[in-house]
Each structure stands twice: as structure tokens, then as C-alpha cells.
Design a protein around this ligand. Structure first.
Ligand code: PBG
Length: 355
């Protein structure tokens, strides 16, 4: 039996009777070990609990749109709204009060500003940059993360430059470096490349350093799968209607796991400070392998579709949404994640604050 971590079950002598023992005989039950003793009371359960979830684990993704004092609900993400810049600042104030360490910003770009090359991504006055500056001014102590990828800005909805149906790699990376610089200039603390082009982490690190942004971090979407669970996000940023084809030529095949290790190894070698696995719950095995292999700060993205499933079931009365939220987030900690991007962040932080 190939066992990578820990010894095989049979080799753990205290478990041997359980694994290999004779068939249970109800009359002769003589259990030296009773697992249920530790589960008897709330206090024993708390004593033996291996993992905890705290507000420090949370990164809160926000959707930004144009306008003043405006909010618009995302129908496929009940409870989530797109926010105008001033409203995003308001939420940043709330997040800081709740002690949420970091916000992730995603723009809904006016369709009129989207084009073939995603040129709005390089506009130093685009929505993301305006929001970065506005939040930094009002709430200087909260961390700000921004995606690097072209999909909110391209008319075809892809993360890179498209030519004759092919996503160009190196040409895209050159644009992504510029996008990262524009965002760093606007005050972004963590650049999060989500595009899955080859070589982008090294190129962005080099670009940032050359421009003096040696203190700007990179959280790499290192193992990002071509997933159906991004659907509601694409509604939120307005790219689902325009997306032509799929992203399988750059995002990973959900069937693969060794490939994730190779992707992560490259990003670590190229200078990533933190790693992300995405989506979250369907890929807990990847989180565990990445954490055990690289011992790096590792984050899960509980993506829009995971959030939508829980909210939809809860709205139908089919699941206790509150408990599903806690259980799924704890699953990320158990799998080895140091934290998670989750749309539940303010709800969790509020509940933790109230004890
Ligand atoms: C952009 C990006 C996506 C998500 C985060 N950054 C969508 C995609 O790759 O199509 C998904 C997040 C979510 O579903 O919550 N590249």
C-alpha cells in the first residue's frame, strides 16, 4: 500500500485491534478504547478540537461597479451585491471593524469599455484602481488584493489575448505585467494573477521589482481548474454572456492532481509569496497535497458556485445554510489551508465577534 503521509493503518499498533480484530460480539464487548468519551461534552469537544476558524482566516471578495451610492444584487449569488466605489469604502470600514484582514476586488466593467484586448485593464483610473485608492485613503490598515487577468475587460470574456481562437501566452503575460503595475501604483498590496498563463508569476515579480514595488506581494492562483463553479462570478462581473468557448486551454483539467503540483512548483520558483487553490470544496485533496508538499501560505477560494449552492439549498429549506457555511469553511482548515476567500466572510466575522 502506498502511503505518503503517516504510517499505514495496520502499522499503528493501537489501531490494530480495530482494523484486524475478530467480528464484534455484543456479549463480549470489552472496549479499552472508547472514542465517544472525548465527544461527550461541549468542553471535551472543544479541548480535543484540532482546527479552528478565526476572522484572521478570511479574505472577503467584493464586486465593484460604477455609480454613486448604488448597490445591485447578483441574482445567482443571493446576499451578494455589486457596490459603487463609495459603498465599497463603507464595506471596507465595516470589514476593518470586524478585523477581516483583507479584501479582494473584482470589477463589473461597463460593456462599452470592453474590447478585444481588454485595454481598460491598463487604465490607471479604472474601477479597480479607483477603489484601491479610495479604500487605502479611508481604511489604510486593511489589506487589498486584486486579480490580474483580462476577463472583466475583454469583449470575448477570456483572461488573455485571443487570436484566431487561440489564447496567446507570452503576449498576454506582457499585458498582465502592465496591469499588475497599474494596480500596485494604485495601492494594491497583493497582486493575484488568476489567468493561468505560463511564466506570469516570474514576469510580474520582475516587473514589480524593477518599478520599486518590492513590497507588493503575489498570491498566485497556482492551481486553478476549468470549473463550472465560476458561473455566478461571471454573472457578477458580466462576462458569462460574452464568454466565447471555454477556458480549458489555460485552466486545469479537473481530472488532474500531479499537474497541480507542477503548476505550484513553478509559481513558487518564480517568486509567489502565497498560493491559492481554486475552487475550494471539490479540491480539498489538492489543498492538502499543496500544503504538505510546499509548506507555503496556502489559501482556498470558496468560489461563487459553492456559495450559490449553499444559499440556494438554504433558501429552499433543504439545508441549514448557517451550519453548511461553518462546516465547509472548517473543511478548508482541516485540509491544510491557512485561510480562504469566501463570500461568507462578513457573516462569519460578525458571528465570531458575537461569540
Ligand atoms: C478571473 C476570475 C474568475 C474567478 C476569480 N477570478 C473566473 C474565471 O476564471 O472564469 C472566479 C471566482 C468565483 O467563482 O467566485 N479569471
Amino acid at each position: 500500500m502506498a502511503v505518503k503521509f503517516g504510517r499505514p493503518l495496520e502499522a499503528r499498533t493501537h489501531l490494530a485491534p480495530v482494523v484486524t480484530g475478530a467480528p464484534a460480539d455484543a456479549d463480549r464487548l470489552d472496549l479499552a478504547v472508547r472514542m465517544r468519551r472525548n465527544r461527550r461534552n461541549d468542553w471535551t469537544r472543544r479541548m480535543v478540537r484540532e482546527n479552528t476558524l478565526t476572522t484572521d482566516d478570511l479574505i472577503w471578495p467584493l464586486f465593484i461597479m460604477d455609480g454613486q451610492n448604488a448597490r445591485s444584487p447578483v441574482p445567482s449569488m443571493p446576499g451578494v451585491e455589486r457596490l459603487s466605489v463609495d459603498q465599497a469604502v463603507r464595506e471596507a470600514v465595516r470589514a476593518a471593524e470586524l478585523k477581516i484582514p483583507c479584501l479582494a476586488l473584482f470589477p463589473y466593467t461597463d460593456p462599452k469599455l470592453r474590447d478585444e484586448t481588454g485595454s481598460e485593464a491598463l487604465n490607471a483610473d479604472n474601477l479597480v484602481c479607483r477603489t484601491l485608492r479610495a479604500i487605502k485613503k479611508e481604511v489604510p490598515d486593511i489589506g487589498l488584493l486584486a486579480d490580474v487577468a483580462l476577463d472583466p475587460f475583454t469583449s470575448h470574456g477570456h483572461d488573455g489575448l485571443l487570436k484566431d481562437g487561440v489564447i496567446l501566452n507570452d503576449e498576454t503575460v506582457a499585458v498582465l505585467v502592465k496591469q499588475a503595475l497599474v494596480q500596485a501604483e494604485a495601492g494594491c498590496d497583493i497582486i493575484a494573477p488568476s489567468d493561468m498563463m505560463d511564466g506570469r508569476i516570474g514576469a510580474i515579480r520582475k516587473g514589480l521589482d524593477a518599478a520599486g514595488f518590492t513590497n507588493v506581494s503575489i498570491m498566485s492562483y497556482a492551481a486553478k481548474y476549468a470549473s463550472v463553479f465560476y458561473g455566478p462570478f461571471r454573472d457578477a462581473v458580466g462576462s458569462s454572456k460574452t464568454l466565447t468557448g471555454d477556458k480549458r486551454s489555460y485552466q486545469m483539467d479537473p481530472a488532474n492532481t500531479d499537474e497541480a503540483i507542477r503548476e505550484v512548483a513553478l509559481d513558487v520558483a518564480e517568486g509567489a509569496d502565497m498560493l491559492m487553490v481554486k475552487p475550494g470544496l471539490p479540491y480539498l485533496d489538492i489543498i492538502r497535497r499543496v500544503k504538505d508538499t510546499f509548506a507555503m501560505p496556502t489559501y482556498a477560494y470558496q468560489v461563487s458556485g459553492e456559495y450559490a449552492m449553499i444559499q440556494a439549498a438554504a433558501q429552499n429549506g433543504w439545508l441549514d445554510g448557517e451550519r453548511a457555511m461553518w462546516e465547509t469553511l472548517m473543511a478548508f482548515k482541516r485540509a491544510g489551508a491557512d485561510g480562504m476567500l469566501t463570500y461568507f466572510a462578513p457573516r462569519v466575522a460578525q458571528a465570531l465577534k458575537q461569540g
